[in-house]
Design a protein. Structure first.
Lengths: 478, 257
């Protein structure tokens, strides 16, 4: 009887010992008590950068992002040079716009509220134009429940706790306040504070909101409280830039101007024309007829589409059929059509690195109008007479018209050369130009390059109100 | 000593050893962190370093089999491309670059249409297309998408067998075909491997103002030029399409050109 128990017990004990030894050996070699079967995950397709995300990193960006911790006169701009912050704050703001579009509780104030809140600790994100709510809804992937907001011009985000904050929306003359909104990413208070400290250390220029200036009450109403001025910085380095028309277009037009016989074009001009047609129309280039006007404007035309390259290098497009008059369609589709035209036009550049940002969206009765401006080194590059370089009108079906001044922009600062230093003190600039703040209307003030007949451009101080007031920057005194 | 007494002593010793080992194992089992807690902890550490995780941390282990390099044969693909219009070339690493002629213009190119064009093209290539899986899509511009296909051997990726192509309004713009010949030399299923959790915690730190989002983590095999061998690796893909590879044997990063 005993033998019957002892031997099986001995076998069981030996087996258990072996098994437990295996577990311990396995644990010390693989970190697991029992071996795990190797099973890899299912194949998944990753949308690394979606089209919507691409748009928020390229064409659809705010005009300006400013931040302060409420400490008096210290306002810093999040510039495109801090690309990761700029882009992420903007994306987080778009997410926030999606969040608040679902909120049904909000407070309504008049413009004074914006004045009262400007300077409080937080971000101000400015579109730089009244962005129609349809467009905002599209980029934020939301449906707006606040029927009162027709457009958004600026967004103020004031973090109040670790992941919540108050959000103010400036829509024409009204201000909408959303309380205790969930903030994500770089909008959260602790991240906001650390970014502010980092930018404060790195920024060359310190700005001041105009409502922080003692005499603001005197010109309140004419000048936006969040317009930024420079008080202290009298020696700031800003490089010069080179702005020229696309080489292909300017060379073609130049050679066309000196062409002796328009009925017998030289091989050089023929080659240029062929290259432009191929870039614009691809395999359909043969469909387009070439027409050269008396003034040597070059036109490509099929039955309905008419592209003209003017003697100054600008390009216009007109759709000749009236069939578009039916319906303007969705704004998203109209914008996609606009981008398609924009990339066709910019494909004429040999450089392809010129930064174009959407700077106006307008809803017309039968169409949408989108305007774009060039940027270089975080500063806008604008035309002397108007802010936007490219204007495209489109419906959900097609582009109706386009007017484009196309430029290749590059750094004109010479290597190892001393950089140009400028005195940015705004009140000095104004007084040297005999301008009193009380006498002007200003929505914003900023540094920009203005394209004139020169190719190399120096920075200017811009006062944007009903029009643009351009003030040349003075070089810093030694 | 009689045999009965010896047997009793052996049983007693085995009992003591087993009780001790059982206690130790129970202690180890309960001290092992729960996987979900571990992943939550990793996610928090990464978030603290401004690295966002936009994908699941794989719960599976990296493949442990050993595969070795064998000769790469591009003849079938090159013969196929010779029959097509367009320009192609093969570099010293065996990467084939092909630029097809423009035959059609897609005025309203959507992502779906572009994916269809890419899939159709891959299907026609004489390289065992059915094993190539669409891995990632990147919007490279307006009406411009970049597709990446990677070879899947059973359940493991061979990262050096891939097809990359850009599709735009003018159809397929450029195709890169990379091949790698290999043979499986050993299947070591109980080989010690480094978990992706360890790699994420030790290999990812904040770099200046760059805000990283991890879009994809998976495992497979990668040819390492430095050692001229195929390594078992974890792959981590960023939101800009950049890929980093880490040896799943020792956790070191494999730097590629």
């Amino acid at each position: 009887m005993r033998k019957k128990i002892v031997y099986p017990l001995l076998i069981v004990l030996i087996l258990v010992t072996a098994f437990q030894s295996f577990m311990l050996i396995n644990y010390h070699s693989t970190g697991r008590l029992l071996p795990k079967k190797v099973i890899t995950g299912p194949n998944t397709v990753t949308d690394v950068i979606s089209f919507e995300e691409y748009l928020l990193e390229t064409y659809i960006q705010p005009f300006e992002i400013t931040m302060t911790t409420g400490e008096g006169l210290n306002v810093h701009k999040v510039t495109k040079e801090s690309a990761a912050y700029y882009s992420q704050i903007w994306k987080d703001t778009v997410t926030l716009l999606g969040t608040i579009s679902d909120l049904k509780l909000y407070e309504i104030y008049d413009e004074d509220k914006w004045n009262e809140m400007t300077g409080k600790s937080g971000y101000i994100v400015k579109f730089g134009y009244d962005c129609p709510i349809e467009f905002v809804n599209w980029i934020s992937g939301s449906v707006n429940t606040n029927n009162e907001i027709k457009s958004i011009n600026k967004i103020m985000i004031l973090p109040t706790s670790s992941d919540e904050g108050d959000v103010y929306i400036k829509s024409r003359e009204m201000v909408y306040r959303y309380i205790g909104v969930k903030l994500t990413g770089l909008l959260r208070q602790n991240v906001f504070l650390s970014i502010y400290e980092e930018l404060k250390q790195e920024s060359d220029i310190t700005y001041v909101y105009l409502n922080e200036v003692a005499s603001y009450e005197n010109f309140k109403g004419n000048i936006e409280p969040d317009a930024t001025v420079v008080i202290m910085d009298d020696k700031i380095s800003i490089g010069s830039i080179r702005v020229a028309g696309y080489e292909l277009l300017t060379e073609c037009i130049f050679n066309l101007q000196i062409e002796p016989d328009l009925n017998n074009l030289s091989p050089v001009v023929t080659q240029y024309i062929s290259e432009i047609k191929t870039k614009l129309f691809g395999v359909y280039s043969d469909v387009y007829k070439v027409i050269i006007a008396q003034n040597r404007d070059l036109t490509f035309s099929d039955q309905y589409n008419r592209y003209t390259i003017h003697s100054d290098g600008s390009v216009t497009y007109r759709y000749a059929s009236a069939s578009y008059m039916q319906e303007k369609g969705e704004i998203s589709q109209a914008f996609n059509n606009t981008l398609s035209m924009l990339t066709d036009l910019t494909s004429l550049s040999g450089v392809m690195q010129n930064e174009l940002i959407l700077t106006s969206v307008q809803i017309n009765e039968d169409s949408y109008q989108f305007r774009f401006s060039y940027y270089f080194n975080s500063y806008p590059v604008m035309l002397e007479q108007e802010k936007h370089s490219i204007s495209i009108t489109a419906t959900g079906d097609r582009v109706i018209s386009a007017d484009a001044n196309l430029f290749d922009i590059s750094d004109a600062s010479l290597p190892n050369d001393e950089e140009d230093m400028y005195d940015l003190r705004t009140f000095n600039i104004l007084s040297k130009n005999d301008i009193a703040l009380g006498s002007i209307k200003a929505d914003s003030m900023y540094i920009a390059y203005i394209k004139d007949e020169n190719t190399v451009l120096l920075p200017s101080w811009i006062i944007e109100g009903d029009g643009l007031t351009i003030l040349g920057l003075k070089e810093a005194e030694d | 000593m009689d045999s009965k007494k010896a047997l009793r002593i052996i049983i007693a010793l085995l009992l003591i050893v087993n009780v001790f080992m059982a206690g130790y194992i129970v202690n180890l089992a309960f001290s092992e962190p729960d996987t979900k807690d571990e992943y939550k902890y990793i996610t928090e550490i990464l978030a603290y370093r401004d690295i966002a995780l936009d994908c699941e941390i794989p719960e599976y282990a990296a493949p442990s089999a050993v595969i070795t390099v064998s000769s790469t044969d591009n003849t079938a693909v090159l013969d196929y491309l010779k029959e097509q219009d367009g320009i192609f070339s093969e570099d010293e690493n065996g990467v084939i670059t092909y630029t097809p002629p423009v035959t059609q213009r897609y005025e309203d190119l959507t992502l779906e249409k572009a994916a269809e064009i890419a899939d159709d093209y891959v299907e026609k290539l004489p390289i065992g297309s059915e094993a190539y899986m669409l891995d990632s899509i990147l919007t490279a511009g307006v009406n411009e998408y970049r597709f990446n296909y990677i070879y899947l051997d059973g359940s493991s990726y061979i990262y050096d067998r891939k097809i990359e192509m850009t599709v735009s309004k003018d159809g397929i713009e450029k195709v890169y075909i990379k091949s790698l010949g290999y043979t499986v030399s050993d299947t070591e299923y109980n080989r010690p491997m480094v978990s992706i959790g360890n790699i994420l915690v030790s290999g990812f730190t904040r770099q200046g103002q760059s805000l990283i989002t991890i879009k994809k983590i998976d495992a497979g095999y990668l040819y390492d030029k430095n050692t001229s061998s195929i390594m078992n690796v974890w792959r981590v893909m960023y939101n800009n399409g950049q890929e980093r590879y880490f040896s799943s044997i020792d956790g070191t990063e494999i730097i590629q050109d």
